[in-house]
Write a protein that binds this ligand. Structure first.
Ligand code: GLC
Length: 413
């Protein structure tokens, strides 16, 4: 069910953590795509110690970054559970030297920092033979020519009973993660695309989850039977009609990769965050901790920069709603819930004026949000021309606060 906390959250942190964090091969996809054999991929279990796993430290960092919720991969497409599951031997508890449930301390740490707890769960499981029991709907052994040895029976007949068993397995594991650690606020499904809503029994699954926790927020990747949309990697140009969250990697990979140095800069990340905020969505920013559980200092620095920008400008972030159309202002903006304050976000660094068109209200005051410095402005040609000098600007993006005499009224709206 969509919850107000989700709409107000603005920023979440996504964590891809698992045996793949050794950093040589990508999460799950590497064996699926043939970059590494399944056997070699699974050998990564032997090195997975999680020896410096300290989710309390993570949670403190995420809080500092300004996040209000966190989503951790409880099980990726490789099927390796980060939790102690009764229903399979494939877990970090049974198969790795970490030998312990990693979800319990994570849930506690996130809760202790007052953030909402999310868990990612891959519906598909490329390690489970029962998953390979049916073809994607509409496909049959004759016309199914994809070489997908992990996803379907590969020329063999279907076995609907096995598929039923697999669905029950997913349900059983979901009950474990949603009940063994107290209340989980959000379930983040993935890997729904190889089967149809009918095959997944998506409506029944939704009901099943609500039976466990009627307040749980469910992302869209249950073949559309969730509560909100999840555009991925490409920032939306037009905001989705439903509530939404844009998920994006901090560099080019979801999980930690040794040679991925292609980090987005802090300025870029802040701008992308603002873009989501001003279009009415959340950003779910993904990081990939190393196998021992520590976070690369470059990832940490970006989170700290983002957090310091949000801290300096929090009035324009939390408790606001999406801003005015670009035809009024060529930048981002948010509006306070009482609609009496407009916040303009200047992404670039103007040398003199910022212009905003069409405001019909009287202006009480215009100021720089982070410094509270009052700004001079004038009206000309029905536009507000706000002076903003270089030395008044924030090192990342400057927020201009416009106090209005009443609720915002725009010409031509
Ligand atoms: C994709 C990928 C997966 C990743 C996810 C995060 O669906 O399959 O590897 O975890 O995106 O959004």
């Amino acid at each position: 069910m969509m919850q107000q906390w989700f709409k107000d959250a603005k920023l979440g942190i996504f964590i891809h953590y698992g045996i793949y964090c050794d950093g040589n091969w990508s999460e799950s996809w590497s064996f699926h795509n043939g970059d590494v054999s399944y056997e070699r991929y699974m050998q990564q279990c032997e090195q997975f110690t999680a020896s410096n796993y300290d989710p309390a430290k993570w949670a403190k960092l995420f809080k500092k970054a300004g996040a209000n919720y966190v989503v951790l991969t409880s099980k990726h497409h490789d099927g390796v559970a980060l939790f102690d599951t009764k229903y399979s031997d494939l877990s970090v508890v049974k198969k790795t030297p970490a030998q312990r449930d990693l979800i319990a301390p994570y849930v506690k740490a996130v809760r202790d920092e007052g953030m909402k707890v999310g868990l990612y769960y891959s519906l598909l499981d490329w390690s489970d033979l029962r998953y390979r029991s049916v073809y994607p709907e509409g496909q049959s052994p004759e016309n199914y020519n994809k070489n997908d040895i992990y996803g379907c029976p590969m020329g063999a007949p279907e076995d609907p009973e096995k598929w039923e068993e697999f669905l029950q397995f997913d349900r059983d594991q979901l009950r474990e993660i949603l009940t063994n650690y107290g209340k989980i606020d959000l379930i983040w499904f993935d890997g729904d695309w190889e089967r149809s809503a009918k095959q997944w029994k998506a409506p029944e699954m939704r009901e099943y989850l609500h039976g466990i926790n009627p307040e749980i927020v469910i992302n869209s990747r249950l073949r559309g039977y969730g509560d909100y949309d999840t555009p991925e990697q490409g920032a939306p140009v037009i905001a989705p009609a439903r509530p939404w969250e844009f998920c994006m990697t901090i560099n080019n990979n979801w999980g930690y990769r040794k040679h991925d140095n292609d980090y987005k800069t802090s300025r870029m990340i802040i701008r992308i965050f603002c873009d989501c905020l001003t279009m009415g969505g959340n950003l779910l920013l993904d990081i990939g901790p190393k196998a021992d559980g520590t976070i690369d200092p470059r990832q940490e620095q970006i989170l700290l920069d983002l957090g310091s920008w949000i801290e300096d400008n929090k009035e324009a972030v939390y408790g606001t709603e999406k801003g005015i159309d670009y035809r009024y202002f060529l930048g981002g903006s948010t509006v306070s819930k009482d609609r009496k304050t407009l916040y303009l976000i200047s992404y670039d660094r103007p040398d003199e004026y910022l212009c905003v068109k069409g405001i019909k209200n009287q202006i009480n005051r215009i100021s720089v949000l982070h410094s509270d410095e009052t700004l001079q402005y004038r009206h000309a040609a029905g536009q507000l021309w706000i002076n903003l000098a270089r030395d008044q600007q924030h090192r990342f993006s400057t927020v201009i606060k416009i106090d209005l005499d009443g609720e915002l009224e725009l010409a031509g709206d």
